[in-house]
Design a protein. Structure first.
Length: 225
């Protein structure tokens, strides 16, 4: 279990906290990089992370682009916050829209390379960039993404461990995505094993220090469990 100290702020407090310009720039950069990293993993064609297995499975049964499905699923997950009494921050709403848009833009310019080793290198680059992007947008302290918020909301409401809730969610979306035809493979395993340790290593560096501002209330947030 990895524990990283982050400020626990309401949506309004997130915007009132210090260093807002820096945090907004970091948030937008992180979301753009996240979408780009998703495109790298998709184009590597070696298997996707659980949520993208679901996205790819849905794409196979619709006329929507990959990024459009990412946006739609994000909004659906956000609706699940309502019974959990979760409040989305600015970063949450930006996450829903911008990652899918950035992913489609990147997919439009990135192609699948020839040869296994070139595709493996693209996969590794995508996973590392995904971790960096996640650390950047989480560290901006402007709200969790819809999928992360679902995990933390269920953890609070059920009293179960983050490990159990996160695993249950990801296994569920992986199974549904696989049944819909989403790609499961080496990339799925690499992502599952690497993403937690990578985010754990990068998050302290990426977290914006909010100092001793009166509205900042510190708590231990569970990241990468």
């Amino acid at each position: 279990m990895t524990r990283t100290s982050l400020a626990h702020l309401s949506p309004v407090e997130q915007l009132r906290a210090p260093r807002l310009t820096r945090r907004l720039v970091q948030l937008l950069l992180g979301l753009a990089l996240y979408g780009g990293s998703m495109a790298l993993i998709v184009r590597a064609s070696l298997g996707l992370d659980p949520w993208d297995v679901l996205h790819a499975g849905i794409v196979g049964h619709t006329s929507f682009s990959f990024g459009t499905v990412v946006v739609i699923v994000g909004f659906v997950v956000l609706l699940l916050w309502i019974p959990l009494r979760q409040l989305p921050g600015f970063g949450t709403l930006a996450n829903v829209v911008l990652i899918g848009v950035a992913c489609d833009v990147a997919l439009g310019v990135i192609s699948t390379p020839d040869g296994f080793w070139a595709r493996l290198a693209m996969l590794v680059a995508g996973v590392v960039l995904n971790a960096l992007a996640g650390a950047l947008y989480i560290g901006s302290q402007l709200g969790t993404g819809p999928r992360d918020g679902l995990m933390t909301g269920l953890t609070r409401r059920t009293g179960r461990s983050v490990r159990l809730v996160r695993t249950s969610i990801e296994v569920s979306v992986l199974v549904v995505g696989f049944l819909l035809g989403g790609a499961v493979g080496l990339g799925t395993v690499v992502y599952a094993l690497a993403i937690g340790p990578l985010v754990h290593w990068m998050l302290p560096w990426a977290t914006v220090d909010l100092g001793a501002h009166p509205i900042v209330r510190e708590e231990m947030a569970l990241i990468g469990d």
